[in-house]
Design a protein around this ligand. Structure first.
Ligand SMILES: Nc1ncnc2c1ncn2[C@@H]1O[C@H](COP(=O)(O)OP(=O)(O)OP(=O)(O)O)[C@@H](O)[C@H]1O
Ligand SMILES: [Mg+2]
Length: 185
């Protein structure tokens, strides 16, 4: 397909969907609050009239991919996210995605303005207390601690949400203000 035809299709998609696609890549330890915040954000965006999708561990499983700790699996998720973003859907992913390089590769698939890394940060003490209360689905205690030790913190994420000290509502507000500045209002 020639470049002119391709750019016409891209413009038409934008007009048809009346919105611009973005990828909100949530990363953070197990139980930090990625899924909780993603679902709340999705509801807020729906109320504002935006079309969204969440990609999570269920999609990973359905694709026959077993773990989000595998570089190749994260790459595939990034490619799937790009399909959605290119079709102007606000896409939210909720994978621990522990490795910095894997996340950087995903960032490189997108234009700067289309990708946001959101670090959902949480202290070990709070995670432990959430785990004891059964507040999130864990694999097993040993794996949980092994995985946590291997997590590489984002160096320069677009947003950091420290859920040890911020409430869900406060985190949500930060996300919505950030998105408003990007024209999602
Ligand atoms: N500020 C907060 N933001 C998000 N979640 C919070 C916050 N404070 C407490 N929580 C609680 O912490 C738990 C987080 O669980 P959640 O499943 O969202 O984590 P997760 O990061 O998606 O974990 P996993 O990687 O296992 O999918 C929930 O029970 C949520 O209610
Ligand atoms: Mg989750």
């Amino acid at each position: 397909m020639n470049i002119k035809k391709k750019s016409t299709i891209i413009k038409k998609r934008k007009i048809l969907s009346c919105q611009k696609g973005l990828l909100l890549w949530f990363t953070g330890l197990q139980g930090a609050g990625k899924s909780t915040l993603a679902h709340r954000l999705e509801i807020e965006l729906h109320n504002k009239g935006y079309l969204t999708t969440i990609i999570n561990e269920n999609n990973l499983k359905n694709l026959g991919l077993t773990t989000e700790f595998n570089t190749e699996n994260i790459k595939k998720i990034g490619e799937i996210a790009k399909l959605f973003v290119d079709r102007e859907i606000i896409t939210i992913s909720t994978f621990i995605s522990p490795y910095k390089n894997d996340r950087e590769k995903i960032r490189n698939l997108f234009k700067n303005s289309d990708f946001m890394e959101i670090y959902v940060k949480c202290s070990f003490e709070i995670l432990k207390s959430r785990e004891e209360k059964g507040l999130f689905k864990k694999i097993n205690t040993n794996e949980f601690y092994n995985f946590s030790a291997r997590y590489e913190e984002p160096v320069n994420p677009e947003i950091t949400l420290n859920t040890s000290i911020l409430t869900i509502e406060e985190c949500l507000k930060i996300l919505l203000i950030y998105l408003e500045k990007k024209g999602v209002e």
